[in-house]
Design a protein around this ligand. Sequence first.
Ligand SMILES: Nc1ncnc2c1ncn2[C@@H]1O[C@H](COP(=O)(O)OP(=O)(O)OP(=O)(O)O)[C@@H](O)[C@H]1O
Length: 266
Amino acid sequence: MNTGTQSLAAEPPGQPSVAVAVRELRKTFPGVVAVDEVSFSVRVGEVFCLLGPNGAGKTTTVECLAGALTPDAGRVEVLGLDPAKDRAQVRELVGYQMQASVLPATLRVEEAAKLFASFYPAPIAIEELLQTVGLKDQRKRAFGKLSGGEKQRLSIALALVGSPRIVVLDELTTGLDPQGRRSVWHLIEQIKARGVTIILVSHYLDEVQRLADRLAIIAAGRTQFVGTPAELRAAAAVRSHATQTLEDAYLTFLDTIDPSNAGRAA
Ligand SMILES: Nc1ncnc2c1ncn2[C@@H]1O[C@H](COP(=O)(O)OP(=O)(O)OP(=O)(O)O)[C@@H](O)[C@H]1O
């Protein structure tokens, strides 16, 4: 197994090069081990993708690093902070893409952005934010009247409004048409170009191929692989000569995971 982890303690003084370090993370809910033993590091400025089957523990993991859940065991560091203890600071540093559908239907785009901006000490100017995500012309439109792609853009805007250094995007392009997906990918590349670290939970291997600098595969609550997309293809090629696309490589890799690890009960 290649978990490619790094030690925060090994970082030189000054600007950290590791944005997020997760070590042997475990999180249970009554009757379920959601995350059993997950470890990975995310470097400052990279796009890092979390992949894995439904129920593998990806959302639980990112909720632990965003400070929304408290781990049962293990260690999580976000720019040197513990999200479970330094919750307020971590919430200023990490933008978490909310499920947009929780917003009231009558709330206008601009009102939602202003509301979320009021939670942060140094928010981005609303006009610049809406321009960046391509919603300037829709700023007066009510949330309930937005298309699926526009809702997705708004949820990204709300994750960015606090000028975060890290953005966590969970299932970024689910439900978008091909054009909408490509334009959201372009948006992610623009955000990356500003130096923001991006953690992306995705089921779409074309998206991962296009955006990811590195990725982790989580299955059965454990990290099964950490590396670049090219390294995943190389690792899968050892197991199957038929491997071609990143999706082929991912599926080949998953096939080799011991199924007795799955379906964990607490
Ligand atoms: N609040 C909760 N209470 C009880 N069980 C939970 C809770 N949140 C998650 N789980 C369970 O923990 C496991 C991991 O869920 P999680 O949402 O982290 O997986 P995921 O990898 O994000 O899945 P998906 O790809 O389907 O979104 C699942 O079995 C899920 O049912």
